[in-house]
Design a protein around this ligand. Structure first.
Ligand code: ATP
Ligand code: MG
Length: 663
C-alpha cells in the first residue's frame, strides 16, 4: 500500500460507511478507488461483494487493469483464461449501463417486459421514430425523427415519463414530441425492447415498484464505489442510493470542475449534496496533482477560474517545472492535421516515446477525418476511440441480427432486418402481412417463419424461402447445438451465404474485402468473449457487444495495447492520461461548441470544464492548435480563436479576447 499521500491513505483506510472524495483532476481519485478495493479484499471482504462503477467501458477496463496490478490474479497474457478459471470470485467493475442490463435480465419481467428483451441501437430507434411520426402524420418540417429522439432522450435523462413531459412542454414541437414519446414507449414495450436510456430508467422503476427486487439486488454487494460521480444523472443517483441503502458502504469520488454531461441530464448537485444525503459521510479532499507538470497545471487552474460558480479547490502540481504548452495557428484543417502528425512523427523517437504516448483530442465527431488521413499517409498506427461507428455498419447489424436467431426467441427487429437479406424473394407485402398477423394474433414472428404458427397467405415462393431460412437456422441449432458459439456463428454465416450480400452491394474488391473483414471482426469478438466467459451464451455476448463492453471496443483496446496514437473526443478522454496531448480545433463554435453559444452562451461554463478535462489529460507536453479557416459544406470560412486560448494564458485584458465573443 505504498504510493499514497496522507489524504489518499486516509480515504483508503476508511473501510466502511459513506465516503466522499471531492478533488481536482489527476489527484488520485481513481487510484483511491482501486487501492481501496484492494484494501477491502485484504481485510477479508469477499471479492464478489465489491462493486465498482464507472462511466465508460474504457474507464472500466483501465480500472480492471490497475486493480489487477494491485491484487494480482489475472495476468494480462492469460487475461481471459484466468478469469474463467477463477470464476466469478472477482470484484465487479462495470459501467452503469452494463450493471442495469444484468439486473434487468434477471427481473425485468416484473415490469411486463420479456427477460429476453432486445436493446435498441441508434438505427433501430430512428426506424421506430420515423414510423411513429408517420402514424401521427407529422412531416419532416415540423419534427424529424432525430429531433423526436433528441427530445425523448432529454426527458429520459431527466427521469420524466411521457405524461410529465407533456406537462412540461411549451412549444408546438415539444407537444408533438411528447405525444410521440408516449407512442414510442408503448411500441418499445409491445416489441419487448428497450433503448439505452431505458436501461437506467427501468432499473430505477423496478427498484421503486418492487422493494423485494431492490433488496435482493442490494444484497448482492457489501461495498459500492463510484468513479466520476459528478456525472451521475438522476436515475443513476437513485440507483446508487437504492443499492447502498442498507449497507451504507458507499464511496464516491469526483470533481465538480469536470462535470461534462449536464446536457445528458447529469447534475453536479448530486456530488455537492452527498454530505446532505449521508450526514455521517466522511469527506476527503486531495490537492496534489501527480499527473501533469506545473506548467500544464498552471494553464488548467487559470482557465477554470473563469467559471464563476464553482467550489474553489486547490490543485497543486506535484511535478515542478515542465515545458510551457504551445499554441499553434495553421492555415486550414488539412494543414493543422498534417502539422500535428508531423510533430508526432518527429517526436516519436525522442525520449523513447511510443505511439501510445500520444493523444489527439477533438470536440466534435466531424474533426478526426483529416487526422486519420494524415496519420495513414505518415504510416503511423492510430486508433479512433469511442463513437458507435462500428455498430452503425450494415454488416455488423446484419450479422448480429443473424446471431439473434440462434437464441430461443429472437426479437422482431432482428427478424425484420434479415428476413430478406441477402434477398430471398420475400417482398415488402409479405413482410407486412407477417407483421400484421404477429400483432393481431399475438404470435412471435419467428414462430410463423419457422412454421410453428400459421403463416398469413403467401406465394409458394415466399413459403419456400421462409422454410429454407428456418431450416438453416434449425440445423445450425440442432446439429451444432453442442459446438462452440463461434462454430455455430461461422456455420450460420456461411450457410446463409452472407458473403453474397456483400458482393451484391459492393463492386470493388477492396470494398468487399473490408466489409467482409467487419463480419470477421464480429466473429473474432465472439471468440474472445467465449474464451473468457464461464458460461458463455449468445444473449450475453450480444448484450455486451451492444454496450460496447467487448468486441469492437475490446478490439480497440487491443489496438491501443498494440501501441497506437489515440484519436478521441474530449468527452471520451475523461479519466485518462497521456504523456503528450494535442488539443485541436481550438476555435469559437467548436470549443466552445456552437450549441453552447446559442441561448445566451448558457452552455459555455460546461465547455470550459470540457476544455479543462482536455488540458488535464496531459502529463508532460500539451500542444493546442486552431486553423484560420475551416470548411463548412465544402466552403472555407474564416474562424475565430477559442476564447479559452486567451483565458488559459491569462489574457482577459487582450482586446482580441472580447472580439472572439463578438463584443
Ligand atoms: P481524473 O480527475 O482525471 O480522473 P484522478 O483524480 O482519478 O484523475 P488518477 O488517475 O487516480 O487521478 O491519478 C493520476 C495519476 O497520478 C496516475 O498516473 C496515478 O498513478 C498518479 N498518482 C496518484 N496518486 C499518486 C501518488 N500518491 N504517488 C504517485 N503517483 C500518484
Ligand atoms: Mg479518475
Amino acid at each position: 500500500m505504498s504510493g499514497l499521500n496522507p489524504a489518499q491513505q486516509d480515504a483508503v483506510d476508511t473501510l466502511s460507511g459513506p465516503l466522499l472524495v471531492l478533488a481536482g483532476a489527476g489527484t488520485g481519485k481513481t487510484r483511491v478507488i482501486t487501492f481501496r478495493i484492494a484494501k477491502l479484499i485484504q481485510h477479508g471482504v469477499p471479492r464478489h461483494k465489491i462493486l465498482g462503477v464507472t462511466f465508460t467501458n474504457k474507464a472500466a477496463n483501465e480500472m480492471k487493469e490497475r486493480l489487477t496490478a494491485l491484487i494480482g490474479g489475472k495476468t494480462v497474457k492469460h487475461k481471459y483464461k484466468k478469469k474463467a478459471e477463477q470464476g466469478e470470485n472477482e470484484p465487479t467493475i462495470s459501467t452503469f449501463h452494463s450493471l442495469c442490463v444484468r439486473i434487468l435480465r434477471r427481473r425485468i419481467d416484473k415490469l411486463g417486459y420479456p427477460l429476453k428483451f432486445a436493446i435498441y441501437n441508434r438505427g433501430d430507434q430512428e426506424g421506430l421514430a420515423r414510423q411513429i411520426l408517420r402514424e401521427i402524420k407529422v412531416g419532416d418540417k415540423l419534427l424529424k425523427p432525430n429531433q423526436l429522439l433528441f427530445h425523448i432522450s432529454n426527458w429520459k435523462c431527466k427521469s420524466l415519463n411521457p405524461k410529465q413531459a407533456m406537462l412540461q412542454s411549451e412549444s408546438d414541437a415539444q407537444h408533438i414530441a411528447a405525444v410521440g414519446f408516449e407512442r414510442y414507449q408503448k411500441q418499445l414495450k409491445l416489441r419487448g425492447c428497450v433503448d439505452f436510456d431505458d436501461l437506467l430508467l427501468l432499473t430505477e422503476q423496478l427498484f421503486r415498484e418492487h422493494p423485494d427486487v431492490r433488496e435482493e439486488e442490494a444484497a448482492r454487494f457489501e461495498h459500492l464505489l463510484v468513479d466520476e460521480y459528478q456525472d451521475t444523472n438522476t436515475s443513476q443517483y437513485r440507483i446508487v442510493k437504492a443499492l447502498a441503502g442498507e449497507h451504507r458502504n458507499l464511496c464516491v469520488v469526483g470533481d465538480d470542475d469536470q462535470s461534462i454531461y449536464a446536457w445528458r441530464g447529469a447534475e453536479v448537485e448530486h456530488i455537492l449534496a452527498f454530505a446532505k444525503d449521508w450526514p455521517d459521510a466522511k469527506v476527503v479532499r486531495l490537492e496534489d496533482n501527480y499527473r501533469s507538470t506545473e506548467a500544464i497545471i498552471k494553464y488548467a487552474n487559470t482557465l477554470i477560474r473563469f467559471n464563476s460558480t464553482r467550489h474553489d479547490k486547490v490543485l497543486r502540481a506535484a511535478r515542478p517545472g515542465g515545458e510551457v504548452p504551445t499554441i499553434n495557428q495553421w492555415e486550414d484543417e488539412v494543414q493543422e492535421a498534417e502539422e500535428v502528425v508531423r510533430s508526432i512523427k518527429n517526436r516519436l523517437n525522442l525520449h523513447g516515446r511510443e505511439p501510445r504516448d500520444f493523444a489527439i483530442l477533438f470536440r466534435t465527431n466531424e474533426q478526426p477525418r483529416p487526422f486519420e488521413t494524415a496519420l495513414r499517409e505518415a504510416k503511423l498506427p492510430y486508433i479512433l476511440v469511442g463513437g458507435m461507428s462500428f455498430f452503425d455498419r450494415k454488416e455488423v447489424k446484419d450479422t448480429l441480427a443473424y446471431l439473434r436467431l440462434l437464441e430461443d426467441d429472437p426479437d422482431e427487429i432482428s427478424i425484420l432486418r434479415i428476413i430478406n437479406t441477402p434477398p430471398r424473394g420475400i417482398g415488402k407485402k409479405s413482410i407486412e402481412n407477417l407483421l400484421n398477423r404477429a400483432v393481431r394474433e399475438k404470435v412471435p414472428m419467428w414462430d410463423m417463419v419457422r412454421g410453428y404458427a400459421e403463416r398469413p397467405k403467401c406465394s409458394p415462393r415466399v413459403n419456400q424461402a421462409m422454410d429454407q431460412l428456418a431450416s438453416v437456422v434449425n440445423e445450425v441449432r440442432s446439429v451444432m447445438g453442442n459446438a462452440s458459439l463461434v462454430d455455430q456463428a461461422r456455420s450460420l454465416i456461411s450457410r446463409i451465404d452472407y458473403k453474397s450480400e456483400i458482393d451484391r452491394i459492393y463492386k470493388e474488391p477492396e470494398d468487399r474485402e473490408s466489409r467482409w473483414n467487419v463480419v470477421e471482426q464480429v466473429v473474432n469478438a465472439l471468440s474472445d468473449y467465449e474464451e473468457g466467459a464461464r458460461k458463455p451464451t449468445m444473449t450475453k455476448f450480444l448484450d455486451r457487444l451492444l454496450l460496447g463492453d467487448q468486441s469492437a471496443d475490446n478490439d480497440k483496446e487491443k489496438q491501443l495495447k498494440k501501441n497506437a496514437i489515440a484519436l478521441m473526443t474530449m468527452h471520451a478522454a475523461k479519466g485518462l492520461e497521456f504523456p503528450e496531448v494535442y488539443m485541436v480545433g481550438m476555435e469559437e463554435g467548436i470549443l466552445p461548441h456552437q450549441r453552447s453559444l446559442d441561448d445566451d452562451e448558457a452552455g459555455v461554463p460546461e465547455e470550459r470544464r470540457l476544455c479543462y478535462v482536455g488540458v488535464t489529460r496531459a502529463e508532460e507536453r500539451l500542444t493546442m492548435s486552431m486553423s484560420l479557416t475551416r470548411k463548412k459544406w465544402g466552403k472555407a470560412r474564416d474562424t475565430k480563436p477559442s476564447r479559452f486560448l486567451y483565458e488559459l494564458t491569462d489574457q482577459a485584458d487582450n482586446p482580441n479576447y472580447a472580439k472572439t465573443r463578438g463584443q
